[in-house]
Structures are given as structure tokens and as C-alpha cells.
Design a protein around this ligand. Structure first.
Ligand code: GTP
Ligand code: MG
Length: 370
């Protein structure tokens, strides 16, 4: 939700923060200038100061997403778990995923550094597992935060020869904020300098203790080069997923999350998505923030055309009107008209938000001149 702090509100209406604070105090509310004001407080203040305010309902634009939390028990089926791989730069996240899906993504990356979020699906014991790779470079905090948000389980990769590093800690924070289970993969076990006990000690100091030491976290020693421990890692993922009892309703209309999106030559705007509920099909009319359109094609992570995507599973969608913002929800709507309307609404909302920001700057300047 969009919120405003006491001092920001004071600036907007050309008052001192102290005036706002004492007004609120007289109304029985204790605040400091950095506190957020809720809608009620803003309306009361507006009344007191004889000004008019228009509050924009940040929730309203998400109306089209709301209807998706009311599945009948009987319609629920097991779905694929979504696993996000996080960790410090160069600790071997992409290599590990490469080994798991027997591919060679890392060799195609510029400088071997992941700069985007990839989504892939793997089959194991007749089950599907969705993996989301994230960059470890410190510049990509946003991508990691989003990766943690859509996931069921986070795997934190820590290089056995390098130990816990700043983005290891950051990744743990994201996983905790998202309130999802954490599995630790101690990678590069093939290296001479590998020191898994160091990693276990460092993580225990951060409250992530291995089960073998009486803690509650699974640690697996792995090597993306030799494949050591990777079977075990997959087993642990499936076990953990089973405990979570992940379910969704594949018979309903799809709701998905945009993982990343770009403009592709010859294809137009494409978006990598993970379906959260329902089944997404070619021909569906969808909206994702300001982007909308009929799904012209769906592709799996290998670029192969598919006709539908089930809950928990990833894919690439072709046919959107523009590049969708990463993190936006994508949902099926009943008609092209509805899609346009939602997209327009979202557009207006974002514009209004932008405008209110520039208005504030003007007021800032104004108060400085007075
Ligand atoms: P970012 O995406 O940039 O954060 O890096 P990453 O975590 O995806 O690391 P990446 O997979 O690109 O691997 C970094 C380097 O470590 C590469 O040179 C890999 O070959 C090497 N590496 C990865 N896993 C292992 C491993 O298990 N053993 C050894 N010896 N080297 C590894
Ligand atoms: Mg990588």
C-alpha cells in the first residue's frame, strides 16, 4: 500500500511537522515525524486543516486478482514446488542448476555473471520441480527479493572454500522475510580448500543450524562439477515440498507472476512467468499490470512451444501489448475489453502516483521559497 509519513504530509500541505504532531496528539495519537499516516488519520487531518485530499486506493487496481483465493477443497491437486536458488556471487548457483538440468547456461553468460532471473523445470521421481535462478551480484537486490517472494523453498548456495559472504546474509534475510523454508547447499565440495565445517559454524552463528548439530535446517554438501550430493539435494527438496503439501486448482483460470520480461526481436514483448494457480493456455486473454493481450504462444524453458502451463510451473508467454513489469501479477480475464480496462486502470494509477510525486516536489520548492 502507498503510504505517507508525517513530515511528507506536512510538506504537502505547507505546515511544520510539529503542527501535525500536536494536532494528532490532541486527537489522542502519539506520532513522530517519521511515522506513517493511515487513511483515517489523513482524512481527519485534512478536515482539521480545511484542505481537500484525494486518497488513491492502491488495492483497487488489484481487484482482478482478488477472486483467486477461494478454491474448493475437492478441486485442489498437488502442484510443482517453486524453488529459488540464492547466494553470493560466483558461489555456483547457475552451475548447480546446470548440472541439475544437464545444460550449459553458465557458458552463455557474459563474464559468467547472472544478470537476470531464469526459470526452469526439472523432472525427478515423476514429479516436476520449478527452479528460479537469481543473480548473486550485489547490484541485483530487487531481483533476489522478487525471487524469494514467489517461491516455496529457498536454496542458499554457499561455496565451501569461501564461506558466508554479504549476499549470503542478504539471501537469508530475503528468505526469512518471505517466511519460506531454507535448505543450505554447500557447493564446491570438490575443491582442495573446501571447508564445510566453517560454513556450518558461520551459518549457525546466524541462526541457521544443521540438523546434525541439533538445528532445524538441512545442509547438503554438493559439487556442481562432479555432481556429488546433487541427488541428495533433490531428494531433500521433494521431501520438504511434500511436507508443505503444496496444492492448487488446475481447473480454474490462471494467475501467474511475472519473473522477468523483455522485448525480443521478431517476438515482441515476452515475459517469463510462474503460474501460481489455475492453468494458463494459448488463446487466453490476460492482463499483467499495464500490459495485456491474447496469449499467442507459450514456450517452455528450452524454447519449445507448449499449449498450457500448470500451477507451480514456469514458461514464457508471447503476445503481450508491452513489456510487463517484473513482479506484476498476470491473470486471465474474461474479455479483451476487460483486459484493456484493467491495464488502463493500472496505467492511470501509476501516472497518478507519479504526478503526486512531482506535485510534492513543487510544494517542496514552494516552501523553500517562502
Ligand atoms: P552469479 O550468478 O554471478 O551470482 O554466480 P553463480 O553463483 O551462478 O556462479 P556460477 O555458477 O557462475 O559459478 C562461478 C564459478 O564457480 C564458475 O567458474 C564455476 O565453474 C565455478 N564453480 C561452480 N560450482 C563449482 C563446483 O562445485 N566446484 C568447482 N570447483 N567450481 C565450481
Ligand atoms: Mg549465476
Amino acid at each position: 500500500p502507498e503510504e505517507i509519513r508525517v513530515y511528507e504530509f506536512a510538506e504537502m500541505i505547507n505546515k511544520q511537522p510539529s503542527e501535525i504532531i500536536s494536532k494528532l496528539f490532541m486527537l489522542g495519537m502519539l506520532t513522530t515525524k517519521n511515522d506513517f499516516l493511515d487513511k483515517d488519520a489523513i482524512e481527519i487531518l485534512a478536515d482539521e486543516f480545511g484542505i481537500e485530499v484525494e486518497t488513491v486506493n492502491a488495492q483497487e487496481e488489484f481487484d482482478y486478482v482478488k477472486a483467486y483465493d477461494d478454491d474448493d477443497e475437492g478441486e485442489l491437486q498437488e502442484r510443482a514446488p517453486v524453488i529459488t536458488i540464492m547466494g553470493h556471487v560466483d558461489h555456483g548457483k547457475t552451475s548447480l542448476l546446470d548440472y541439475i538440468r544437464s545444460s550449459r547456461v553458465v557458458h552463455g553468460e557474459s563474464g559468467g555473471i547472472t544478470q537476470h532471473v531464469g526459470a526452469y523445470m526439472v523432472h525427478k521421481n515423476n514429479k516436476n520441480i520449478t527452479f528460479i535462478d537469481t543473480p548473486g551480484h550485489e547490484a541485483f537486490t530487487q531481483m533476489r527479493a522478487r525471487g524469494a517472494e514467489v517461491t516455496d523453498i529457498v536454496i542458499i548456495v554457499v561455496a565451501a572454500d569461501d564461506g558466508v559472504k554479504p549476499q549470503t546474509k542478504e539471501a537469508i534475510e530475503h528468505a526469512k522475510a518471505a517466511d519460506v523454508p531454507i535448505i543450505i547447499a554447500i557447493n564446491k565440495m570438490d575443491k582442495e580448500a573446501a571447508n564445510p565445517d566453517m560454513v556450518k559454524t558461520q551459518l549457525s552463528d546466524l541462526g541457521i543450524m544443521p540438523t546434525e548439530w541439533g538445528g532445524s535446517h538441512e545442509f547438503v554438501g554438493v559439487s556442481a562439477h562432479t555432481g556429488q550430493g546433487i541427488e541428495e539435494l533433490l531428494e531433500i527438496i521433494l521431501l520438504q515440498a511434500e511436507i508443505l503439501e503444496l496444492e492448487a486448482n488446475p481447473t480454474r483460470d490462471a494467475k501467474a507472476v511475472v519473473i522477468e520480461s523483455s522485448l525480443e526481436k521478431g517476438r515482441g514483448p515476452v515475459a517469463t512467468i510462474v503460474v501460481q494457480n489455475g492453468t494458463l493456455r494459448v488463446g487466453d486473454t490476460v492482463v499483467a499490470g499495464v500490459a495485456y493481450g491474447k496469449v499467442r504462444a507459450l514456450l517452455d524453458h528450452a524454447g519449445k512451444a507448449i499449449t498450457s502451463i500448470k500451477p507451480g510451473e514456469p514458461g514464457v508467454i508471447v503476445g503481450l501489448s508491452e513489456v510487463a513489469e517484473a513482479g506484476e501479477k498476470l491473470v486471465k480475464v474474461e474479455s479483451d475489453k476487460a483486459a484493456r480496462e484493467y491495464a488502463q486502470k493500472r496505467h492511470d494509477y501509476l501516472r497518478q502516483k507519479e504526478l503526486s510525486r512531482s506535485t510534492k516536489v513543487t510544494l517542496d520548492e514552494l516552501s523553500q521559497r517562502i
